[in-house]
Write a protein that binds this ligand. Structure first.
Ligand SMILES: NC(=O)C1=CN([C@@H]2O[C@H](COP(=O)(O)OP(=O)(O)OC[C@H]3O[C@@H](n4cnc5c(N)ncnc54)[C@H](OP(=O)(O)O)[C@@H]3O)[C@@H](O)[C@H]2O)C=CC1
Ligand SMILES: O=C[C@H](O)[C@@H](O)[C@@H](O)[C@H](O)C(=O)O
Length: 309
């Protein structure tokens, strides 16, 4: 299933599976990206905030030197929160680090602004240690800047990330260009059906992040996941990644371990029983109010996600 793609509302094809690079340790990301591209991955998900886009660029350069064409890879970057009033600068900084002329998709990483003149380029803090957030900023203004980027040719498409239903409903009436993508945390312990359904209705493609539960893959031991994995004789990771394909979403799996990068490429067709087991698991967690976000940056902002609203 390595070459399966979905269609974006821009007409672009987006691969169903991508390599994540968040928390890819220095020195490991270049090798991971180069290995993934050699193994057959065609989507690399990065961000300025990850602090490793230079290594992502080096991995891409190695693959290009080996014959891969730029147009055969779908590269994603995101405008970080200290650049949401300076989106073109944010994009250019990412392009410079990646060593590319354009990305295929540029996302608003989180719908907020952190102080562009604060005490750090990426994580400015107030004297009390809290994040230095400009709360008067309207995320719709960021989107109006993002719309202008398409004409520059520096990104083929624009989209959002970490947009709940509430935020998307604030944005859409003002959007001249509809977001091509909403990248959100998504897995059986956080199905986010409300926002997934709204995006489907609006023609906005979902990219699912932290499919294994993020660092250390805590969902790999969830009982229903293990049960399905045993039935098919595949690793639990395969079940968690494959869950997104019938949902029509792209899934991002991060690994810097070559054997895992290879294993994660092998998605399977889950049958109707498997899908039911996973959906029942989600329903159970929902009823018990146990939906779980594993990615919880300390912004101190209520984003309207279903685990805490
Ligand atoms: N837009 C946003 O705000 C966000 C976007 N993302 C994107 O989504 C990507 C994926 O999400 P992420 O949070 O990184 O977490 P994942 O759910 O992809 O889990 C990554 C963890 O699982 C481990 N792992 C990977 N494959 C396997 C396997 N087959 N068996 C066992 N363990 C495995 C990795 O270890 P190791 O690397 O050591 O092999 C790592 O510890 C990110 O890297 C990023 O690109 C993620 C979070 C937020
Ligand atoms: O993309 C991954 C996550 O959103 C990540 O960018 C944030 O969690 C960031 O590390 C933060 O602390 O705010």
């Amino acid at each position: 299933m390595a070459d399966k793609t979905f269609k974006l509302n821009t007409g672009q094809d987006i691969p169903a599976l991508g390599l994540g690079t968040w928390q890819g340790e220095p020195g490991k990301v270049k090798t991971a990206v180069a290995h993934a591209l050699k193994a057959g991955y065609r989507l690399i998900d990065g961000a300025y905030c990850y602090g490793n886009e230079d290594e992502v660029g080096q991995g891409l350069a190695e693959a290009f030197a080996a014959g891969l064409k730029r147009e055969d890879v779908f590269v994603v970057s995101k405008v970080w929160a200290t650049y949401t009033t300076r989106c073109e600068l944010g994009l250019q900084k990412s392009l410079d680090k990646l060593g590319l002329d354009y990305v295929d998709l540029f996302l608003v990483h989180w719908p907020l602004l952190m102080n562009p003149e604060g005490n750090d380029d990426r994580f400015p803090k107030l004297p009390n240690g809290e994040r230095d957030i400009i709360r008067s900023h309207n995320h719709v203004d960021t989107w109006k800047q993002m719309e202008k980027l398409v004409a520059t040719g520096k990104t083929k498409a624009i989209g959002v990330s970490n947009y709940s239903k509430r935020y998307l409903e604030q944005l859409l009436p003002h959007a001249t260009i509809k977001p091509a993508v909403n990248q959100i945390e998504n897995h059986p312990a956080l199905p986010q059906q409300e926002i997934v359904d709204l995006c489907k209705q609006e023609g906005i493609h979902i990219m699912a992040y932290s499919p294994l539960g993020s660092t250390g893959g805590p969902l790999l031991t969830a009982e229903p996941v293990v049960q399905i994995a045993e039935k098919h004789g595949v690793p639990a990771s395969t079940v968690l990644l494959s869950y997104h394909i019938p949902r029509g979403s792209t899934v991002l799996a991060k690994s810097v371990t070559p054997s895992r990068i290879d294993a994660n490429l092998k998605l399977i067709d889950l049958d109707a029983d498997d899908v039911k087991v996973l959906n029942d698991y989600s329903d159970r967690l929902g009823k018990e109010k146990k939906f779980q976000r594993f990615v919880y940056p300390p912004f101190g902002v209520e984003f309207g996600f279903p685990d805490k609203s």
